[in-house]
Design a protein around this ligand. Structure first.
Ligand code: AMP
Length: 220
């Protein structure tokens, strides 16, 4: 199955994808995670990406589309399918995705739209902690680690993303709102859009998605 997670920063795309990838046996591909890995490298490209990401701006299409093309055309990804998190972010990227998939005789099955309200988003983003080692996600308000600053999963160090501060969150929300409507309409017109209530906690959201998916597959 090939699925996309759409929704504002803080809607819970990463958390949801983290638990669904095992359940559905698909690859979780997060452009944000891949870009953050690139930022760690002391290259010109890494520095260029860092300047944009840390200011809440989009990274140029030429960079993200080549990342996506390289991942989704891998043999094992073609076989098992994927869950895209953070891509597409613009209608142009959505069209590009269709173009690459078309070339390998595949298409997107579902686009899940995670709808969340602003107070919930702010709380999730300002409280978010990420494990430096395994990428596990925590939240100081909703899902604190057992031991402060330490990952429950692997014992790695937890950190706060540089772009999870109120000022950058505002820019990221503006960028998101400017680009969302056309993408939502794009998938809606293809009959692939499924809206979910992302104000719920991650377990409830996952349950809602699985129920909808189950019903959709029954009718196909
Ligand atoms: P995320 O982890 O999805 O919140 O992404 C973090 C940041 O990475 C975003 O604010 C952008 O700067 C950049 N980014 C991630 N995905 C994309 C994309 N599809 N297009 C452009 N920039 C992206």
């Amino acid at each position: 199955m090939r699925m996309i997670l759409l929704g504002p920063p803080g809607a819970g795309k990463g958390t949801l994808a983290g638990s669904l990838k095992t359940k559905l046996g698909v690859f979780h591909i997060s452009t944000g995670d891949i870009l953050r890995e690139e930022m760690k490298k002391q290259t010109k490209m890494g520095q260029r990406i860092r300047a944009l990401v840390e200011n809440g701006q989009l990274v140029p299409d030429s960079i993200v589309t080549s990342i996506i093309k390289q991942r989704i055309t891998r043999v094992e990804v073609r076989k098992r399918g994927f869950l895209l998190d953070g891509f597409p972010r613009t209608e142009k990227q959505a069209r590009y995705l269709d173009k690459i998939l078309n070339k390998i005789n595949q298409s997107v099955d579902y686009a899940f739209y995670l709808k969340a309200s602003l107070p919930v988003i702010i709380r999730r983003l300002t409280g978010r902690l990420v494990c430096r080692q395994c990428g596990a996600l925590f939240n100081i308000f909703e899902k604190p680690p057992v031991k402060e600053g330490v990952c429950d999963e692997c014992g790695g160090e937890l950190y706060q993303r540089a772009d999870d501060n109120e000022e950058t969150i505002k820019t990221r929300m503006d960028v998101y709102l400017e680009n969302t409507k056309p993408i939502i309409e794009y998938y809606q017109s293809q009959g692939k859009l499924i809206s979910l209530n992302a104000d719920q906690d991650s377990e409830e959201l996952q349950h809602e998605l699985m129920t909808v998916l189950h019903d959709a597959n029954k009718h196909n």
